[in-house]
Design a binder for this molecule. Structure first.
Ligand code: HEM
Length: 335
């Protein structure tokens, strides 16, 4: 089997991003299947107008949509986002068949590509959530702490994010979970900086990590720090962006986490919302943050999107004739 090219999941952080989630309308499946191979060309068309702008597009496909769109095997770990209800905090599951994660150094590049994709979705899918994110000072989240510090890099990032040969049909693909969070900035800004630092588990100005003694059981980087049975740290790749509209009092973080196995991200979210099994603590970040969306998508390879399978129920293609055995003599001999 030829190796497949991943989508631009591992592209570096940029100054701007658009996150678009859409649901496929009844009967829109064929149009969406036809759109998928055109997405790379749409991205090239816009990106080549400003090559320094580093425009990339990652397309995700939700579990229910996958079964409506394609025949054949499906990614082994693809399932809908699981809603979580703890004693205090709630992580809702919200509709999402398609995710478009558009990144660039310039807002206009993201906007143009979002517009071209939306034109192609018309009549086939409905955009149910659209967030325009921006880079806030030195890579800070809306809460003004540096975000993305502990992201894996290099080989570790590839291992954390891309599906390996254990799911051979989907090697090189990934999974992504998105959650839109709104922050109570009045409550956050009323806290002393030292208290905010305990919430995140790092110093605000210097970005230094707090010592274990300084952290609380509910510090964000305690609750989301998880290991496998052998004690190895489990990593995801986060490409969060702040967003908001001050005039509407809206201040948010768009969480987006890529992983080779969405169960890793799922465990982090469960620790945050239901409680860390090591301490019972929920994430202190949730005292000032409310999740208002939650969806999970498979991120197939670019190779898959260029030539997707037919619709469900497509008759199996006749086997390719063996070029070395055009007369079928070998087969006859074997019979
Ligand atoms: C309200 C939304 C969120 C905000 C504002 C936020 C912000 C931050 C910040 C400022 C850090 C510290 C710097 C860094 O290592 O990146 C951090 C770390 C981290 N966050 Fe979040 N985050 C949010 C949601 C989430 C969610 C939903 C997850 C998991 C599903 C998550 C997973 C992590 C992980 C794994 C780390 C690194 C922990 C470590 O040090 O080992 N975050 N986040």
């Amino acid at each position: 089997m030829q190796p497949s090219d991943p989508q631009a999941v591992l592209a570096p952080m940029t100054a701007a991003a658009v996150f678009m989630v859409a649901t496929i309308d009844d009967g829109g499946e064929d149009a969406i299947r036809e759109l998928l191979p055109d997405l790379a060309a749409l991205c090239r068309t816009v990106g080549s107008r400003s090559p320094d702008g580093r425009l990339t597009l990652v397309t995700g496909i939700g579990a229910e949509a996958w079964d409506r769109l394609f025949d054949g095997p499906r990614p082994a770990h693809l399932h809908p986002f699981v809603e979580l209800r703890g004693d205090v905090h709630h992580a809702p599951a919200t509709p999402g068949d398609l995710l478009f994660h558009i990144r660039a150094e310039r807002v206009d590049l993201c906007f143009e590509l979002a517009m071209l994709i939306t034109e192609r979705l018309a009549g086939a899918a409905t955009v149910v959530d659209e967030v325009h994110g921006f880079r806030y000072f030195d890579d800070r989240a809306m809460l003004a702490f540096v975000d993305g510090v502990e992201n894996p890099t290099g080989r570790a990032a590839v291992d954390a994010v891309l599906v390996a040969d254990d799911d051979p049909d989907f090697a090189g693909s990934s999974y992504v979970i998105v959650q839109k969070y709104l922050h109570d900035m009045d409550a956050w800004n009323a806290m002393a900086v030292e208290a905010q630092e305990v919430v995140i588990g790092r110093r605000k100005a210097s970005n230094l990590e707090l010592s274990d003694e300084e952290k609380a059981p509910g510090s964000h980087n305690v609750v989301t720090n998880i290991t496998d049975d052998d004690g190895n740290e489990l990593k995801i790749l986060r490409e969060n962006m702040p967003f908001g509209a001050p005039g509407r009092g809206e201040f948010g973080t768009y969480f987006i986490g890529y992983a080779a196995d969405p169960a890793v991200t799922g465990r982090m979210i469960e620790n945050m919302f239901v409680g860390d099994p090591r301490s019972g603590a929920t994430d202190l970040i949730l005292d000032v943050s409310t999740a208002v969306t939650g969806s999970l998508f498979a991120v197939p390879t670019a190779t898959f999107l260029d030539d997707p399978p037919g619709p469900p129920g497509t008759p199996a293609a006749a086997p390719e004739p063996d070029p070395d055995d055009s007369l079928g003599i070998g087969k006859l001999a074997a019979d």
